[in-house]
Design a protein around this ligand. Sequence first.
Ligand code: PHE
Ligand code: ZN
Length: 878
Amino acid sequence: MREATPRTIRREDYTPPPYFVEHADLGFELGDPVTRVEARLTLRRNPALPPGPLVLDGQELGLKRVAVDGRELAPHEYTLTEDHLDLGILPERCTVETSVEIRPGENTSLEGLYLSSGNFCTQCEAEGFRKITFYPDRPDVMARFSTTLSADPARYPVLLSNGNPVARGELPDGRHFVTWEDPFPKPCYLFALVAGNLVSLEDTFTTAGGREVKLEIWVEPRNAEKCGHAMHSLKQAMAWDERVFGREYDLDIYMIVAVDDFNMGAMENKGLNVFNSKYVLAQPETATDEDYEGIEAVIAHEYFHNWSGNRVTCRDWFQLSLKEGFTVFRDQQFTADMTSRAVKRIKDVNLLRTFQFREDGGPLAHPVRPDAYQEINNFYTLTVYEKGAEVVRMLHTLLGPEGFRRGTDRYFERFDGQAVTCDDFVQALEEATGRDLSRFRRWYSQAGTPVLGVSGHHDPRARTYTLTVTQHTPPTPGQPDKLPLHIPFALGLVGPDGVDLPLRLAGEAEAVAGTRVLELTEAEHAFVFEAIGTTPVPSLLRGYSAPVRLRYDYSDAELAFLMAHDTDEFNRWDAGQRLAERVITRLMADYRDGRPLRLDEGLLAAYRKLLEDPGADRRLLAQALMLPSEAYLAEQSDAIDPEAIHNAREFLRHALAQELRPILLESYHAHRDPDYRVSPEAIGRRRLKNVCLGYLMALHDETIQALCMTQYREADNMTDAMAALAALAQVDIPGRIEALAHFHGRWRDDPLVMDKWLALQATSSLPGTLEEVKRLTRHPAFNLRNPNKVRALIGAFASGNPVRFHDPSGAGYLFLADRVLELDPLNPQVAARLLTPLTQWRRYEPGRRALMAGELKRVLATPQLSKDVYEIASKALG
Ligand code: PHE
Ligand code: ZN
């Protein structure tokens, strides 16, 4: 808990560690309520600095003994505070031993050592290790760890830690022990242990270099049958990283453990990943196609960290994107190769443009490499992760695949075993390719989303087409003035027949057909393409080549044209989104001004054309038929009015469904498959069928509702069951109650499936939803101490149900603030995240703006607030 204003940590204040740890020898006597931790640290003073005191981090540790070079210290020989143990200046080389007692059963923050379903597990990133033992808890201190775990063999038969097991046996008191040794030096944030009653799925992987690696996925016995997909994904990821990045695994064993109580998605601890069970467990009856894809992506992400994060790690937490942005880029490329490149890109860009743009344009905007923080846990953000991945993607685009690979090879070779910076990464790419990336580096230091203004002019007489491109980045907190960025700008010019024109810039000898990547480095550029005889439609920012807002004044007809003809699959989709966005924006104005709403004929024709194309890729088609989300539409508005957005969008869905009913129904039936399969085709067919069902359910028609009930009842897989149930959850009919009750009865013992049940109800746009959500907070399926439950019910309501959360009465805001305050003493990290929807208060129309700010102020005025919540609330209001 916080006393005064929390201290701000600044990147510019970085200093190297005064002591290095060469070896960390840890002993755990695991027990509930009390666990004893013995640490023996072999230390070396940093010769580059004048001698200074050894100050170890430590929080909530019951110190029992401290000794230096074998001599126990008396209390007057050290200083112990709330978060530090200061041992004064120590010899150049020495050993420090500490013995502490901790209480994992009381740890509700899920940081440090805690219990999940009665099993011990740890979470140390970013600064959780200091809740386990006294240690220099910073990523640039890298040590070799040996860990001995001992426990009651009956309750904790399985004892796991990082590295390889080197000894095991029984102790005289009846406990058993296992000793693990990790040969690779690592920062303590990558430490992990797990102990409990678990079973494993085992397999092996032989690396390109011929090393045989044991693979183990550990779960609670009830989940033993749900690990197959995770194991398959792991092997795919291992092979892919060898093929695409030349990276091999380095230990004899790779373990994954699934736990139900976890603050984030998963954690890349060396050789012992700990996962939120949501990203491990799957069976067709319990997991949707999206869940399967999520598992594959997160398993890969954590595996890829073994090189991008573990072998080469971060010097300090400001460099977080060094490992996260790069690893997200790697997992995106992996998923693109495993599934569909265009669909993956569409999903990533949707996330970025809806939620990262919102962050980047709000009071919590920060650069990919932040300059200051109060609580590092608040900086595991969409900017660090998703925009960070976009920055790496731009480097990939600018250098080309070969240049980029040469650069990453150099990076891994040069910095293996070290803790480095984002700058080191860029420098390795520069050295390997001879490119100058000095201006590009601004992407790491400058916050905010750049706006590209583009206009085109065709001169038929001169046969030239001139593109004028300007860039500017709006101010963000603490950064009033922005500099131009180095932006890869991919484009094509589409001729009237739908074919890309060959492109030749003035002064160039040869024309190149298809997409071309221009490089923007200045505030304004003019590009003159020659030998352009007919007026083209420009297809701009193909593949979404940079994380910017693109402004080009397309006509509706041009958008419909691109939607039908653009050779770039992403831009074809994007043209459809722009067209739909525009139509909805007009409907919103009509709604507000009380004019009758009318269906736009152009959009209707475009959608009909999509549905009538027999050759279309089903997944892409399903994606193209989905209207921009309410959250995305909100992000595009100035004084956001969630009700107008909701009603305009619902009108459009209903009107399209009415006009397209026969073809939607036909498509629905045509894509029903007699049996469940998991191929990309089968997944695409399911997706399209369920998108059609969603539209048809907007008709509020009894025949369709009966069809939906039938799909729910007959579904032999969760994808189809959830699609039907999600549609039913939106309509006030007896079948809704019946299906929800049936679902509960069938799945009440499966916590992950119950999360879906909670989220469905929380995201219903029916008027009684807030009351329902309140009731559900008292339901046995809900538990405030479990982050998945909090996200499924409260998080889903606040971020996934704009029209109900933003009820004009402010009741949604009051409810959220109450839950944040209730959760804060238990789990500040999750509480702070839960608060984010309110931080957007300035974007709303005046009534809601005041109510949202009022709740933020109430939160901020609460005594004993954690620094996590304090930082978010104070910055949001600041
Ligand atoms: N480093 C984890 C990842 O792979 C995320 C994480 C951060 C997990 C902090 C737990 C705590 O992205
Ligand atoms: Zn990560």
